[in-house]
Design a protein around this ligand. Structure first.
Ligand code: BGC
Length: 740
C-alpha cells in the first residue's frame, strides 16, 4: 500500500514539475528542442556544476553503511554531494527487491532535484548484464557467450528488451551492456561476457541487444541508454590476465575489434565505456587517438564516453603514465572522456577544477562533455520523468519473460560430442548425477548475477532449477540420484554400475574480471580424475561443462560418451540442459569460439594462413543435433563479379533426419590473396532456421564485395583487390572471381 501511495505522489510530482517549469525557463520546457534546452541550461551552469555532471560516484558514497550491497539511501550524504559537488550520476548496488530499489531511486531523485540549484536530475547506471541482474525477482538470461552460441539474434534482442522492461521503472536508466569485446583469448576471464570470437557475430548480437534495450517502446514514458564496452581491444591481453597490456596492430584492431563498436554506433548506442587497459603502450582512457580521433571523429560517435571503474587513478597507480592524479585527469579529459567513473572520492572534481582554474583545461572543453551528458538526460526524458514508478512492478519476472530466457538458454546449449547417439536419453530408469555443478545454481549463472562475482547459493530463487532438480522434473518416472560426496565409495560404484546414464557436471565456479585470472587453462585436475574414474564404469558417461571459458579437456574426451557445453545459461539453464538430455529439445547451439585442444596453442577460426592450423579440439561453429541437415545445390549468381556489383549465393538445406531441428546456416568466405594477409575463413552472414523432418528450404545470401570482401589498412582505408574468392556454406563451396 505504501508504494501505491508513493506512486500517486510520484506521478503528481512529475506533472507538477513539468508544468511549473514550462513557464519559466527554456531548458525546462519540453516543447523546446533538445539543442535549445541544452544550450540554455549550459549557459546557467558554473564550472563546478559542469564538473559535477562529469562525475559518477558509487552507491557506497550515498548509502547508510558504505557497503556496496546496501541499497538504503543516506539522505544527508546524498544531499551533501549533490548540493556541494553537483554530482550528476551514481552507480551500482545489489539484487534487492524492486520495492527497495524503487524507494532508493525515488528518494535519490527527490534529493537530486531539491539540492541541484538548476534541478538537474541524477542518472543511475548499473551492470544489468544478462537481464536485470542486480534486481531480485527479475528474469535472468544466459550470458553473452551463450547468446553467441544461439546464432540467433532474436535472443540478444529479447535480453535487451526484457532488461529495459524489468529495470526501468525502478529508476535504472543507464545499463552497462552490451559487452562487444571479442572473445579471442581463451585464458581471458571475461570470455563469457563476450558474444564470442567473431566480429560479425558480435556485431549482430550487440546491435540486436541495443535495439531491444534502447528501442523498447513498452517502457514509455521512460527511455534507457545502453553502453558499448569496453572500447577497444580490451580482450586480447598478451598474458591472458584481465587489464594487462595489449599489443595489437592498428590494422588488426580495425579489422577485427572495431566492427562491433561501429555496429553499435550505427545502431544509435548512447554511451560507450572505455577499455581500462593499455593498448600499444597507451591506456585507452588517456588516448586522444582512440577516444577523439577514432571513436568520435572517424566512427561518428556523438554520445557519452565513460571511463571504467577508477580508471583515472589507474593512470597513476597501475599504468604509471601520469605522475599524479591531477596529471591523470588532464590526460583523460584531454583524450576526450565525458564522465569519470571515479567512483569512491571527489578527487576528480577537485583536480579538474584546479586544471580549469590554471587554464590548462578550458571551460569550452568542459562544455563539450557536459553538452553530451545533458543531451543524454534530455533524450531519456529525465527532466520530464525524473522519478521511478511503482505501479508496474508486476512486470518484473513474468512468466512470459521467463519463457524468453528459457528459449534463449535452450538454443545456446552446444552438444559437442555424442558417441553412438548416447543422447537423447529416452526412458532411463536410473540417472546418476555428480560433479560440482550438478546441484549448483550459482555455477549456472557465473559472475554479474545478483552480485559482481556471483551470488551465494542461498541468494538464488528457490524455484530456480539446478541440473539435478531439472532432471527430476524432466523424468518424473525415473530415479535421479545425486552423488554429493565420496564419489569413489563402494556403494557409489555399485550405484554407477546399475545406472542407465552418468551425468558429470563440472566446469568453473563464478568469477568476475581479475578474480578469474588463471595460470593454467586445463580443467581442474580433480575433475579430470573424476571423469577418468567414472569412465571405468560400463554406464554411458555424459560430461556437462558449465563454464565461462573453454577449459582444456583433451585428456578426457575419449573417456566420455557425450559432452555438452553449457556456457553460463542463467536461471533457466538447468531446465534447458535437462530438455536437451531428454530430447524434448533438439540441440541447436554452435560454438561461438574455437575450443582449444592444447594449453600451449590457441588460435581463432579466422586465423591467418601462416598460422597453419587452428588446432581446435572443436572448431568455431561446431555443434551437433539429434537430426541431420544436408546442404545441396550451392549456386552463385555469376562466376565473375565487379567491385561495385553484388552476387547472390543460394543453397538448399534439408532436414534429412527424423526429428524437427534448428540449424544455424553459416556463410563464410575465403579471400585467397591479400596484400595484408587474409584470414583463412571469414563469417559473413548467418541465419537460423527450423525444419521438420524431410523439409527443405532454399536460402540466399547477397554478397556485396565492398562490404563483405574489402578490409581496412591500418589507417582505415578500405582495400578491395581483384582475385579468387570462395564462398562456403555447410560442407559446400564454390569460387568466383572478383574483377576490376
Ligand atoms: C567493469 C565494467 C563495469 C564497471 C561498473 C568495471 O570493473 O570492467 O564492465 O561496467 O566495473 O561496475
Amino acid at each position: 500500500m505504501k508504494y501505491v501511495l508513493i506512486c500517486f505522489f510520484t506521478i503528481a510530482c512529475i506533472f507538477t514539475t513539468a508544468n511549473l517549469n514550462a513557464q519559466t525557463t527554456i531548458y525546462q520546457n519540453p516543447e523546446a528542442s533538445i539543442d535549445e534546452r541544452v544550450e540554455d541550461l549550459l549557459r546557467r551552469m558554473t564550472v563546478y556544476e559542469k564538473i559535477g555532471q562529469m562525475t559518477q560516484l558509487n552507491i557506497s558514497m550515498i548509502n547508510t553503511t558504505g557497503a556496496a550491497s546496501d541499497v538504503v539511501l543516506d539522505e544527508e550524504k546524498a544531499r551533501y554531494l549533490i548540493r556541494n559537488h553537483h554530482i550528476g550520476s551514481f552507480i551500482n548496488g545489489d539484487a534487492v527487491p524492486p520495492e527497495t530499489w524503487f524507494t532508493f531511486i525515488y528518494e535519490l531523485s527527490r534529493v537530486g532535484l531539491e539540492e541541484s540549484r538548476l534541478e538537474i536530475p541524477v542518472i543511475y547506471g548499473i551492470d544489468h548484464i544478462h537481464g536485470a541482474s542486480y534486481l531480485a525477482e527479475s528474469t535472468i538470461f544466459p550470458h553473452n557467450i551463450n547468446l553467441g552460441a544461439t546464432f540467433n539474434p532474436i535472443h540478444a534482442y529479447a535480453t535487451g528488451w526484457v532488461t529495459a522492461y524489468e529495470s526501468v521503472d525502478i529508476g535504472h536508466r543507464w545499463g552497462f551492456a552490451p559487452t562487444i569485446d571479442l572473445g579471442v583469448n581463451p585464458l581471458w576471464a571475461r570470455i563469457w561476457e563476450t558474444y564470442g570470437e567473431d566480429p560479425h557475430l558480435a556485431s549482430e548480437m550487440g546491435r540486436n541487444f541495443i535495439e531491444g534495450y534502447q528501442g523498447n517502446e513498452e517502457i514509455a514514458p521512460y527511455r534507457v541508454a545502453a553502453t558499448g564496452k569496453h572500447f577497444v581491444a580490451y580482450s586480447d591481453p598478451r598474458t591472458g590476465w584481465d587489464r594487462t597490456p595489449v599489443q595489437l596492430s592498428m590494422q588488426a584492431i580495425r579489422e577485427f575489434h572495431l566492427p562491433p563498436f561501429q555496429a553499435a554506433v550505427d545502431a544509435g548506442i548512447k554511451t560507450m565505456m572505455l577499455n581500462s587497459g593499455e593498448v600499444n603502450g597507451i591506456p585507452v582512457h588517456a588516448s586522444y587517438e582512440f577516444v577523439t580521433e577514432l571513436l568520435r571523429d572517424e566512427m561518428g560517435f556523438d554520445g557519452v564516453v565513460l571511463t571504467d571503474w577508477a580508471d583515472i587513478e589507474k593512470l597513476v597507480d597501475l599504468h604509471r603514465t601520469a605522475e599524479n592524479y591531477k596529471e591523470a585527469v588532464y590526460q583523460s579529459v584531454t583524450a576526450g572522456i565525458d564522465v569519470s567513473m571515479t567512483p569512491l572520492d571527489l578527487n576528480f572534481n577537485t583536480a579538474l577544477k584546479e586544471l580549469v582554474d590554471e587554464g590548462r583545461i578550458t571551460e569550452e572543453r568542459l562544455d563539450e562533455s557536459v553538452r553530451r551528458i545533458l543531451r543524454l538526460k534530455f533524450e531519456l526524458g529525465l527532466f520530464e520523468y525524473p522519478f521511478p514508478r511503482s505501479d508496474r512492478l508486476y512486470r518484473i519476472g513474468t512468466e512470459e519473460n521467463r519463457l524468453k530466457a528459457l528459449e534463449a538458454a535452450r538454443e545456446s546449449i552446444v552438444l559437442l560430442r555424442n558417441e553412438n547417439d548416447v543422447l537423447p536419453a529416452k526412458e532411463p530408469n536410473l540417472i546418476v548425477v555428480a560433479g560440482m555443478s550438478a546441484n549448483s545454481k550459482r555455477n549456472l549463472n557465473g559472475g554479474w548475477t545478483l552480485t559482481w562475482a556471483g551470488g551465494t547459493e542461498e541468494q538464488y530463487p528457490e524455484d530456480m532449477h539446478t541440473i539435478y532438480t531439472a532432471l527430476q522434473k524432466e523424468y518424473p518416472a525415473a530415479e535421479i540420484r545425486l552423488i554429493a560426496s565420496e564419489l569413489r565409495s563402494s556403494a557409489n560404484r555399485d550405484l554407477l554400475d546399475s545406472a542407465d546414464l552418468i551425468i558429470y557436471a563440472g566446469g568453473e565456479e563464478p568469477y568476475a574480471e581479475f578474480t578469474g585470472n588463471v595460470t593454467d587453462l586445463t580443467l581442474p585436475s580433480d575433475q579430470l580424475s573424476d571423469v577418468a574414474f567414472l569412465s571405468e564404469s560400463e554406464t554411458p558417461l555424459v560430461l556437462v561443462l558449465v563454464l565461462g571459458r573453454p577449459r582444456i579437456i583433451t585428456p578426457i574426451v575419449e573417456k566420455t560418451d557425450a559432452i555438452i557445453f553449457t556456457g553460463l545459461p542463467g536461471f533457466e539453464g538447468g531446465e534447458a540442459i535437462a530438455n536437451i538430455i531428454s530430447g524434448r529439445v533438439n540441440p541447436s547451439g554452435r560454438l561461438p569460439i574455437s575450443y582449444p585442444m592444447y594449453t600451449g596453442h590457441f588460435s581463432t577460426y579466422n586465423h591467418k594462413p601462416s598460422a597453419i592450423s587452428s588446432s581446435a579440439l572443436y572448431p568455431f561453429g561446431h555443434g551437433l543435433s539429434y537430426t541431420e541437415f544436408d546442404y545441396s545445390d550451392l549456386q552463385l549468381g555469376s562466376h565473375s563479379v565487379g567491385m561495385n556489383e553484388s552476387l547472390t549465393a543460394s543453397v538448399t538445406v534439408t532436414n534429412s533426419g527424423e526429428v524437427t531441428g534448428m540449424e544455424s546456416v553459416l556463410w563464410y568466405i575465403t579471400n585467397h590473396v591479400g596484400r595484408i594477409s587474409r584470414p583463412v575463413l571469414e563469417l559473413k552472414h548467418f541465419e537460423k532456421i527450423e525444419l521438420e523432418p524431410g523439409e527443405s528450404t532454399r536460402l540466399e545470401f547477397e554478397l556485396v564485395p565492398q562490404k563483405h570482401i574489402s578490409y581496412p589498412d591500418r589507417y582505415g582505408n578500405r582495400i578491395l583487390e581483384p582475385g579468387r574468392i570462395t564462398v562456403r556454406v555447410g560442407d559446400l563451396s564454390k569460387e568466383f572471381m572478383l574483377v576490376e
